[in-house]
Structures are given as structure tokens and as C-alpha cells.
Design a binder for this molecule. Structure first.
Ligand SMILES: Nc1ncnc2c1ncn2[C@@H]1O[C@H](COP(=O)(O)OP(=O)(O)OP(=O)(O)O)[C@@H](O)[C@H]1O
Ligand SMILES: [Mg+2]
Length: 392
């Protein structure tokens, strides 16, 4: 028999969790930045990083909602390898101008500011404007981009509001696309008074290095928030907060057991919460229920979350990650090459592909780690089930 209420938990990329645990510091920093910018002071752009399933999209969603609650306009974008980042931003800006509904005088001033740039044109007859294609990614476009963002911010200010730009998956953007964004964020931060334009970006742990590789000052420009996995009391909050609202509860021992299984990774915490909710009809979740669903949770993760990643890999890439799996939380390229029985140079192209695909990232001293928590253990589980002749 199932529990009377539907499960509030959901392990799903980008889904808003029923309780966003342990992210108070970022929320405070964001609120502070909005406050500062609203009064013309410098509000630092924010850069949020973390491995897969750690909650980057979830916190961006929360910050966007908070911006809207304070009356700001919010532009949410997901970067990708194929699309031009500046075009996506411009589309968002054009929609925002519509939403601001500026008075005629403010709009005229705005249009003349755009016309004064070398690289943007106002598209008659509306307010929308575009970047001249041949100027894309030029240094001039970067500088003009600052003016455009500042001009949109001024429009917003004329209505006593501001604009928040949130970009997810920014590690996906080609390096040359990052340039105008970083130049513009820098330009805005130097303007006095600061225009009410807040920039928040998120991506895999490789993102800060990518940004700094284009513009060294980016290191000082962005406030970097490295997401951490949840502590045991945050796991408790994430699970018991929603459960108690439905008359159910996880015992402290069950929370500890789930914390140990998930190591506090939000995606896995949601998966455990959801599985326990659906497979148990008792009001209290104890260690015995945790034990009861364990194999099903791993089966589910192996067949969805992890399999999805592996299926995007070529045979050579799969051999590389399998060689990496038993080497611990991070591995040197030399050790991986040795397991593969190849010279280091011979495996470098595959390593680069896996970096580009965002499956691995470089930690300190060139060592490599998976961007997907628990992926190494998953690969080893798969290996041992095959070597034990288990049938699927
Ligand atoms: N702080 C949190 N507390 C509880 N649950 C969370 C928290 N953050 C995220 N989650 C949940 O964890 C799951 C993964 O979150 P999300 O998709 O935001 O991660 P991500 O870092 O964006 O992953 P990816 O790199 O794959 O895009 C979602 O189901 C989300 O609801
Ligand atoms: Mg995400």
C-alpha cells in the first residue's frame, strides 16, 4: 500500500527541491549584491561551481526567484557549445526591455545610447536591437556590450528596478564566447554609480579556470561560491523538512545512514527520499527501511543517472574512465595510461575529449577527477556484475 500523499522528493536535473538545504550563504551574498546594486554600489558578479547533481541549477532558480520577488527582472540562460552566448543574452535583454515598459523619454535616451555604439543596431520600428553579425566576438563588441547592459540597467532603474542575468552550464560555452561577457561584467563593475545589473554564472569546476584563461582580472571580479555537498544536518533538513509537512519522519539513524550512502550529494539525497517514500507505507523511516530499498536505489541510479553519462562516450573514452575508476577520488594521467598499457601521450587526446565533454576535470597538479559523484563506484559495480556473469 502506498502512502496517501505523493512523494515531494524528486531526483531530476534542475528540479526545484522541496527544501533547498545548506545554501544560506549564497542566498545572503546574492541579497547583499542586489541591495548594493539597487543603491548604486558595487555588487560583485557571482560564479557558482560544483560537480554534477550538486545543485547549481537549483540555487540559480532560487536566486532568480528572489530577484523577481524584489521586483527585479530576471534573464535565465543556459549556455551551450552550439549557440552564441551573446545572442542568447541579447534575446533576453530584448524581452526584458519589453517587460520594463519604459516611458517614451527613457526609451529615446536608450535608443540613442545604442546607436552610439559601433556594433549594435536598433531594429526599427520596435525597441529591439541586435549585434551586427560581423562584429561578433570582436574586442569592440565586448566594450559595446558593457554600454548595452548599462543602458538596459538604466532603463530598469528609471522604473526603480534592476536586471539579474543568470547563466547556467557556462563551462559549455566556447572560450571565445566568454570574452564579451567577462569584459562586460568587468566594465559594469567599474562604472560609478554601479548600474543595477547583476550577473550570476554557474558551471562545472573547470569554469573558473576557463574564465581566467581569457581574462586574468576575472579572478578578482567574480565572487566564487564553490558548492559543497550537504552536511548531515543539512541532509536532515532536506529530508525531514518536507517529510514532516506530510506527517512522516526519518529517524536520526536513518538520516545518518542516508548521509553515509549519499555523502550528502543532493541528487542522491532526493533519490533516496523518493524511493523510500514510494516503497514504504510507514510514517517513520528507520534504518531497516533504508536497508530494504538500498539495492533498488543503486539499480535506479545505475540505469538512469550514470548510464546516461556512459552512453555519451565512445569506446576509447569508456576504456579511459574504466581505467580511472579504481584509482580513487583523483588519478594521474600517468597511472591511467599505465592501467591502459599505453604511453601517456597516447591517451592525451581521449583525456582532452573527456574534459571537453565535462565528464572529468583537472584537480590540483594535473590530476583528474570525475565531474559525476559516485561515477567511479558505479563503473566498478558494473565491472564486477559483468565479471560475476550476472545477466541483465
Ligand atoms: N540544496 C539542496 N537541498 C536539497 N536538494 C537539492 C539541493 N540542491 C539541489 N537539490 C536537488 O538535487 C537534484 C540536482 O540538482 P541540480 O539539478 O540543481 O544540480 P546541478 O548541479 O545543476 O547538476 P548538473 O551539473 O547535472 O546540471 C535536483 O533534484 C534538486 O532538486
Ligand atoms: Mg544543472
Amino acid at each position: 500500500m502506498a502512502w496517501k500523499d505523493r512523494s515531494p522528493f524528486q531526483a531530476s536535473a534542475g528540479a526545484a527541491p522541496p527544501r533547498l538545504a545548506g545554501r544560506e550563504q549564497i542566498i545572503e551574498a546574492n541579497d547583499q549584491a542586489l541591495d548594493d546594486l539597487a543603491s548604486g554600489h558595487l555588487g560583485h558578479p557571482m560564479l557558482i561551481t560544483g560537480v554534477r547533481g550538486l545543485g547549481k541549477t537549483a540555487i540559480l532558480g532560487e536566486l532568480s526567484m528572489r530577484a523577481k520577488e524584489t521586483g527585479w527582472h530576471s534573464i535565465e540562460i543556459e549556455a551551450s557549445r552550439a549557440a552564441y552566448l551573446d545572442q542568447k543574452i541579447l534575446d533576453g535583454l530584448n524581452e526584458t526591455i519589453d517587460a520594463i515598459k519604459p516611458v517614451a523619454a527613457a526609451l529615446r535616451r536608450f535608443q540613442s545610447q545604442i546607436k552610439a555604439t559601433a556594433t549594435f543596431t536598433v531594429d526599427a520600428p520596435g525597441v529591439s536591437f541586435s549585434l551586427q553579425a560581423e562584429e561578433r566576438q570582436t574586442a569592440r563588441a565586448g566594450v559595446d556590450f558593457t554600454r548595452v547592459l548599462a543602458a538596459v540597467a538604466e532603463l530598469a532603474r528609471s522604473k526603480h528596478t534592476g536586471v539579474a542575468l543568470l547563466i547556467d552550464e557556462l563551462h559549455e560555452a566556447p572560450l571565445e564566447h566568454l570574452e564579451s561577457l567577462v569584459t562586460a561584467a568587468h566594465g559594469l563593475s567599474k562604472s560609478a554609480p554601479s548600474p543595477p545589473f547583476h550577473v550570476i554564472v554557474a558551471g562545472l569546476p573547470s569554469l573558473p579556470k576557463r574564465i581566467v584563461s581569457r581574462r586574468t582580472y576575472a579572478e578578482r571580479l567574480f565572487r566564487v561560491h564553490q558548492l559543497r555537498s550537504l552536511t548531515v544536518s543539512q541532509v536532515d533538513e532536506a529530508l525531514n523538512g518536507p517529510a514532516r509537512a506530510h506527517g512522516r519522519e526519518f529517524t536520526p539513524e536513518a538520516i545518518e545512514a542516508i548521509d553515509a550512502e549519499t555523502r550528502g550529494y543532493p541528487f542522491f539525497v532526493q533519490e533516496w527520499g523518493d524511493r523510500l517514500w514510494r516503497d514504504t507505507d510507514l510514517a517513520k523511516f528507520t534504518v531497516s527501511e533504508v536497508d530494504h530499498v538500498r539495492s533498488r536505489v543503486y539499480e535506479e541510479l545505475d540505469n538512469s543517472f550514470f548510464l546516461l553519462r556512459t552512453s555519451s562516450l565512445t569506446d576509447a573514452e569508456q576504456r579511459f574512465v574504466r581505467a580511472m575508476a579504481p584509482l580513487g577520488s583523483d588519478a594521474s594521467i600517468g597511472d591511467i595510461a599505465r592501467v591502459l598499457g599505453r604511453p601517456t601521450r597516447g591517451v592525451s587526446p581521449v583525456r582532452q575529449n573527456l574534459l571537453d565533454k565535462g565528464i572529468i576535470y583537472a584537480v590540483a597538479h594535473g590530476r583528474l577527477a570525475f565531474t559525476i559523484p559516485g561515477y567511479g563506484e558505479h563503473l566498478q559495480r558494473m565491472e564486477s556484475s559483468q565479471s560475476h556473469g550476472l545477466r541483465l
